[in-house]
Each structure stands twice: as structure tokens, then as C-alpha cells.
Design a protein around this ligand. Sequence first.
Ligand code: APR
Length: 320
Amino acid sequence: MARKKIALVGAGQIGGTLAHLIGLKELGDVVLFDIAEGVPQGKALDLAESSPVDGFDAKLTGTQTYEAIAGADVVIVTAGVPRKPGMSRDDLLGINLKVMEAVGKGIAEFAPDAFVICITNPLDAMVWALQKFSQLPKQKVVGMAGVLDSSRFRYFLAEEFGVSVEDVTAFVLGGHGDTMVPLTRYSTVAGIPLPDLVKMGWTTQEKLDAIVQRTRDGGAEIVALLKTGSAFYAPAASAVAMAESYLKDKKRVLPCAAALEGQYGLSDMYVGVPIVIGAGGVEKVIEIELEGEEKTGFEKSVGAVKGLMDACAAIQPSLK
Ligand code: APR
């Protein structure tokens, strides 16, 4: 069987890390696409030169033309610009929307059968716009956010409890970042829900609340430390988990920004919910009953995402 083909649109910090992880995991051949001349070529060659040491077989190439992504099985999009000092949210939206338009057209023309994972921020609005611009089926276009948010949550919890990260599961809903809604009653250590662990004296409600807040601010914490960019290792690892579930038809249950069509009483929007990713793309959106603060938190998060979508539609009326 021929190797799978994975196209990475955007060969910056996350794009380069994605290529490395995909190589190490032998998920397929990699095409790095970027408008920055030489960057995708340089990263592809550098990574290819590491393959004999690490013992992986993959063809890695860099390109400035969309033709090169032809026939890709998976496309992961990180193209765009980060928010810089002095730039308003609308400035950023305007720039990244234009990028999504170009990328959407490129994917529609050359890789219409691909499973597309968007990482570009502001995530929930960008993946919604990318699906519209590309016109790919909604179950084939998803956004990476919840896997990263829940991974951060799991890491902080594992540290707090002194247990393996492998034994901590976490459930998050909603938009990426500030308004993310962690569902503590569905987050566990080896199946024991967090509220029970508070009762058992493993931690206190105050500490748990602080961990939830740190998770919400996880992206900003990294930006403050790095100063010149945003997180890239954990975002790349998260997107690779999603790509792997699709390519290997693993049917993993992962929190992702997915298109809602009636679920949670919402439609024509993307927001973070648990989904099943298999060979069919998004094979199922899991709808759970929300109660109390979970419900109000989710509604607030949905409101924030809608605000971004409206701002996008004001810039680009064709999105309405
Ligand atoms: N087409 C292709 N690539 C583009 C385009 C475009 N129209 N516009 C910009 N790029 C490229 C840039 O040249 C750069 O190499 O996208 C890349 C983005 O890389 P970085 O700036 O290093 O950003 P990165 O850390 O990889 O994050 C990418 O993911 O988490 C989000 O907020 C983050 O939106 C950002 C994205």
C-alpha cells in the first residue's frame, strides 16, 4: 500500500513540529506548504536528514504551490499570522480570514477528499470560515483546540495528584481558550471523577478551580514565557492525535471544534464538543446533558464564538 500523504499548510513553528512528529510516527509522506520562500524547503530537508538517525521512511518536501498538495489524505492548516502588539482583534481576523480564503480554495481545488484539521486562531471562527471557503463536507473539516486544552488540564491534574498523565482523563467543551468549559464531573483519575477526589482529600476545590483557570490561560502562559511566539509542541501533538485517529480509523473520542447541526441546540457553527474521529472523518458528535454552571459556561462560550463569527461576516459578507 502506498504511503498516506499529509499536507501541512503553514510551515512555521507548529508546521515544522507537525512534520517532525508525523515523520517519527511514520504516518505518511509530508508536503510542507508556506508562502515564505525557502522555509518549507529548508525544514523539509532538515527533517529528511534526521530520518536515517531516527530510522523513519517518509518523503518530506517543501513547496510554494498548491499543486503539490494534490491528493493529500490529510491537510493540517496553521497558515496565518499571530496577533502582534497594537493589532486589534478585527485586524487579526481580517488577515487570517483572507488566509483561510486562499487556503480553502487551494484545498478545494487540489485536495477535496482530504480530512482537514485547522489550527489557525481564533480557532472556532477560522475553522468555520475555512469550511465555508473550501466547501468540503462538514464532517471532513475540524478544528484542533479541545485536545490541547484537555491535555493541558490533564498535565496540571497529574502534577497536582502525583500520578501518571496516562491515568488522567479530562473532558472540555466550548470555544478555545478563555471561555473553555472543563467538565470536572467527567474528568477522572483512573475513572474516579474529580469531585470525588476532592471529597477523598486528594485536592481542594480551590486548587481545582486554580487549575481550571490555569488551563484556560494556558496559551497566554506560554506566550508570556516565550515572548516571541506561541505554543507549538503541544498544539502539534494534539493535531497529530486527530490525524492519526482518521488515518488509522481508530475512532478515538476527542474534544474538537466540530460543525454542529442541531446538537446542543446549535447549528451553522463550530464549537468544541466531543466527537468520534474515524475513517469517515467526524463520525459522531457526542451530545451530553449539561447542568448548572456547565450549561451557563457553555452558553457563554458559544456567545463568544458567535461574536467572532459575526465579526468575520462583517469583514467578509459571503460568509453569512
Ligand atoms: N499561506 C500559507 N502560509 C502562510 C500564509 C498563507 N497565506 N500566511 C502566512 N503563512 C505562514 C507564515 O509564513 C508562517 O510560516 O504561516 C506560518 C505560521 O507560522 P508561525 O507564525 O510560526 O505560527 P505557529 O506558531 O506555527 O502558529 C500558527 O496556529 O496556534 C495557532 O495562533 C496560532 O494562528 C497561529 C497558528
